[in-house]
Ligand binder design. Structure first.
Ligand SMILES: [Zn+2]
Length: 310
């Protein structure tokens, strides 16, 4: 089943976003114990999709499920500085934007960046590999009915320049969260510039899934960036510390693909190549009949020093 099937689901999905972007003082789910992920679907009728849904997230990006799609468009972004707030919403740490940051354009619709947040460890996997953390850039259409997330996975390594800008505030957030019993601590960031995430995306993986937290709403367009980001050990700790023990490991377990295809966008200087057999110039990939074989470990791009998921 292809992407278009899921797009039609997307268009009829009424998406409840109350726990996605807004503060919620009554978070009733957890990542451990009796309200853990396997129980989410029974905690509220609104969460039914968490157990009944057929196109849930996160998933493992397994190379045999991935198909190169030359029709996919680049994810062009030009986020601009705007007023923002660092928020501990109890189940993750995020930055919520008050003004317009910028849009991505997917299948005829504009999606605006509304908030970003982190999960530790990562939720999506790359051929079973678990990364240290995952960044979710949550974009919504103007009517709030459609969601597109751009996700990046992190290895431990050099500090992430985006997190570096809020390190002091993360310490403050930790203190305030303790004082507030972890309930909805927030700190103004003033005008916040996310230029560190404006980089061009040369490779991404797209599939249709769901929110990874209750209500697990389906129809979310996922775009997993192929290039791996890095963060320092200290930064990883800073992202966890404001959270209570129920949420410091806030990665939902993998969900079954159920026949979904994962499509790959791959920038190529000559996008007009029509051959279905082609060998990428750096010989990392061999494409054949749009199925392709990949090395099973992440790749170090020698010329740019970049690390890729495969
Ligand atoms: Zn998330």
């Amino acid at each position: 089943m292809g992407l278009h099937f899921y797009i039609s689901i997307l268009s009829i999905a009424a998406l409840a976003l109350c726990t996605l972007a807004e503060e919620d003082s009554s978070v009733n789910f957890s990542y451990i114990g009796q309200n853990g992920p396997e129980k989410w679907g029974s905690l509220s009728p609104d969460y039914a999709a968490c157990s009944n849904g057929k196109i849930q997230s996160p998933v493992d990006l397994v190379y045999t499920d991935i198909v190169l799609n030359n029709q996919l468009k680049p994810l062009e972004r030009n986020y601009v500085p705007t007023n923002a707030t660092l928020v501990n919403n109890q189940f993750n740490i995020g930055v919520h934007f008050e003004g317009k940051v910028g849009d991505i354009y997917i299948n005829g619709k504009n999606y605006s960046l509304r908030q970003l947040h982190w999960h530790t460890p990562a939720e999506h996997r790359a051929h079973g590999r678990v990364h240290e953390a995952e960044l979710h850039l949550v974009h919504l259409t103007e009517d709030n009915n459609n969601i597109a997330v751009v996700a990046s996975l992190y290895n431990l390594g050099d500090p992430d320049p985006l997190i570096s800008k809020i390190e002091d505030k993360l310490y403050e957030l930790e203190n305030q969260s303790r004082g507030a019993g972890n309930k909805n601590a927030k700190i103004s960031l003033g005008i916040f510039d996310v230029k560190e995430i404006n980089q061009n995306i040369h490779r991404y993986y797209r599939y249709i899934g769901s929110l990874t937290t209750p209500p697990c709403t389906e129809g979310v367009i996922w775009n997993i960036v192929g290039k791996v980001r890095t963060l320092s050990k200290k930064q990883l700790e800073l992202l966890k510390k404001p959270l209570s023990v129920n949420f410091s490991h806030n990665a939902r377990p993998l969900q079954p693909l159920n026949g979904r295809q994962i499509e790959m966008y791959h920038y190529h200087p000559n996008r007009n190549l029509t051959s279905i057999f082609r060998i990428h110039l750096n010989k990392l990939f061999v494409f054949s009949n749009t199925r392709f074989t990949l090395p099973l470990t992440q790749r170090h791009h020698k010329s740019t020093n970049d690390i890729y998921l495969f």
